[in-house]
Design a protein around this ligand. Structure first.
Ligand code: G6Q
Length: 549
């Protein structure tokens, strides 16, 4: 267990920060024509340009040292080897095994997990092929046209993000829908769009004990049985993805229609498992396997590349540099790609549920440094017309990731050029800013008086020196998406290692769940012990609740 602040590298980074924090990237670029090349890495078609960051060669050397001194190499090896590095849950962390495309065995407690992984992949292939070809039919012998994934958190966000991102690969006539929120509106809105005879529900729940998912699943089942007039319909319209066979059977789903995964797959890292069944159904198993292959490429890169050339390690190190040395408390992710509109939401869970921790690996409360930043974002160019003002001229330093593909699946003349130009321009503007002299020179061409110009200059000045990295791919293929997602997964892991926290548990979501279980009966009439505010809110709801709840 290494407290990062006790390492020599951390101390050296503090001293280094004092020296370089005032350097302006404009000057760094004009002094060094090779900067962009030296601070870029490539992997397949991906270009990771991190040159618009407030770094010098020495910064990267010291950050790499920090990774070494925090044991990043060792932790990477331990994760891939199947060691139980998710210590508070006593589990291995092996989403990488799900996309292991070679014959290498991966052992957990002495047993190779790969035969099980391949068996489920082949079960997924058989099933998705039969749905896509119309040989799997519903209760009334009609082919499936709509797949509804019912799950929440990790059993929803990854699948919905990938399914949306890969819309161009959807089979025509087959649509995917997602129900996650226990708010009855979510299920009702989806059910309004589908027909019971041609709808397949996938109940995705690792534990098969999640309140929201089970409540949605039971309501969906009632809806189906009422409309098709028979309990027998459930067998042809419900399948499950879970680690909990008994609970699946108890729900009434034939275990032959259950897709297994394992406790060494964390919920938010599970889209690569059978939790991706809805993705595979609409895009086809070949494309799903391309997604896995893209992630596998990154796994191999992450496992073998030297730390300084290791993209997830560099991404993580830059995050630590801004978060812990510049005090940046948030990180913006800005996909210039409408199909990635759920990517920031997916990443919020992946990152904040992993690294939003304040207990160190040895159980001490972390007080001398901060962990996980707030992750947020929206697709560009929309975001430019919303919150970019704050990114350019606000008082917070917010490092940004720009993500963009060179080619669009919907190439309408001019659109892609404008989209990409905006993406590149925003990163440039953040880096270079606009000096007061430049602002004044522009205003001097206007009809404004000298006093008016002077008054406006501070408002038209951009300090610049605002850091960003750009991830560019040729086209958002399944492989490119797999690479992108895996890069962020490993970045999160490396940051957790540096911050000396356990990234793969999520105890922080438990307390609210426990309390909600106690409050449900109280909303329906029983009494409980609470503080004055909680009592008042319960009383208000009981006075005003609507019929049928
Ligand atoms: C993710 C979390 C959490 C989980 C959901 C759903 O890492 O564990 O978001 O995915 O709570 O859990 P189930 O899949 O068990 O329903």
């Amino acid at each position: 267990m290494v407290d990062p602040t006790h390492t020599a590298a951390w101390r050296a980074l503090r001293a280094h920060h004092e020296k370089v924090s005032d350097l302006h990237m404009r000057a760094l670029f004009s002094d060094d024509p090779d900067r962009a090349v030296r601070f870029s890495l490539t992997l397949n078609d991906l270009l990771f340009d991190y040159s618009k960051n407030r770094i010098t060669d020495q910064t990267i050397s010291l950050l790499t040292e920090l990774c070494e001194q925090c044991g990043v190499r060792d932790w990477i090896a331990r994760m891939f080897s199947g060691e139980a590095i998710n210590e508070t849950e006593g589990r291995a962390v092996l989403h990488t095994a799900l996309r292991n495309r070679e014959d290498r065995s991966v052992t957990v407690d002495g047993a190779d997990v790969m035969p099980g992984v391949r068996r489920v992949l082949s079960q997924m292939r058989d099933f998705t092929t039969s749905v896509r070809e119309g040989t799997w039919t519903g209760h009334t012998a009609r082919a499936i046209t709509d797949v509804v994934n019912i799950g929440i958190g990790g059993s929803d966000l990854g699948p919905v993000m990938v399914t949306e991102a890969l819309r161009p690969y959807w089979k025509q006539g087959l649509r995917a829908h997602f129900v996650s929120n226990v708010d009855g509106t979510h299920l009702s809105e989806v059910l309004r769009q589908v027909q019971p005879e041609t709808t397949l529900f996938i109940i995705a729940s690792k534990t098969f004990a999640t309140q929201e998912t089970l409540v949605n699943a039971r309501s969906a089942r009632r809806w189906l049985v009422e409309r098709l007039g028979s309990e027998d319909a459930v067998a042809k319209h419900f399948v499950a993805v879970s680690t909990n066979r008994d609970a699946v059977v108890e729900f009434g789903i034939d275990p032959a229609h259950m897709f297994e995964f394992w406790d060494w797959v964390g919920g938010r890292y599970s889209l690569w498992s059978a939790v991706g069944l809805c993705i595979a159904t609409v895009i086809g198993m070949d494309h799903f396997e391309e997604l896995l292959a893209g992630a596998y490429e990154v796994d191999e890169h992450f496992r073998t590349a030297p730390l300084r050339e290791n993209i997830p390690v560099v991404m993580a190190a830059l995050g630590v540099w801004y978060h812990n040395f510049f005090g940046a408390s948030s990180h913006a992710v800005l996909p210039y790609d409408q199909s990635l509109h759920r990517f920031p939401a997916y990443l919020q869970q992946a990152d904040m549920e992993s690294n939003g921790k304040s207990a160190s690996r040895d159980g001490a409360i972390i007080s001398d440094y901060t962990t996980g930043p707030v992750v947020w974002g929206e697709p560009g160019t929309n975001a430019q017309h919303a919150f970019f003002q704050l990114l350019h001229q606000g008082t917070h330093l917010i490092p940004c990731d720009f993500i963009v593909a060179a080619q669009s699946y919907n190439a309408i003349p001019l659109h892609q050029d404008i989209l990409v130009a905006n993406c590149i321009a925003q990163a440039e503007a953040m880096m270079r800013g606009k000096t007061a002299d430049e602002a004044r020179a522009e205003l001097e061409h206007s009809d404004l008086s000298e006093d008016q110009v002077t008054a406006l200059v501070p408002h038209k000045t951009f300090a610049g020196n605002r850091p960003s990295s750009t991830l560019m791919v040729e086209k958002l293929t399944p492989g490119a998406l797999g690479r992108l997602v895996a890069l962020y997964e490993h970045k999160i892991f490396v940051q957790g290692v540096i911050w000396n926290i356990y990234s793969f548990d999520q105890w922080g979501v438990e307390l609210g769940k426990q309390l909600a279980k106690a409050i449900v009966p109280e909303l329906r009439g029983s009494e409980g012990e609470h503080d004055g505010s909680t009592r008042q809110l319960i009383a208000y709801y009981r006075r005003h609740k609507g019929p049928g709840t």
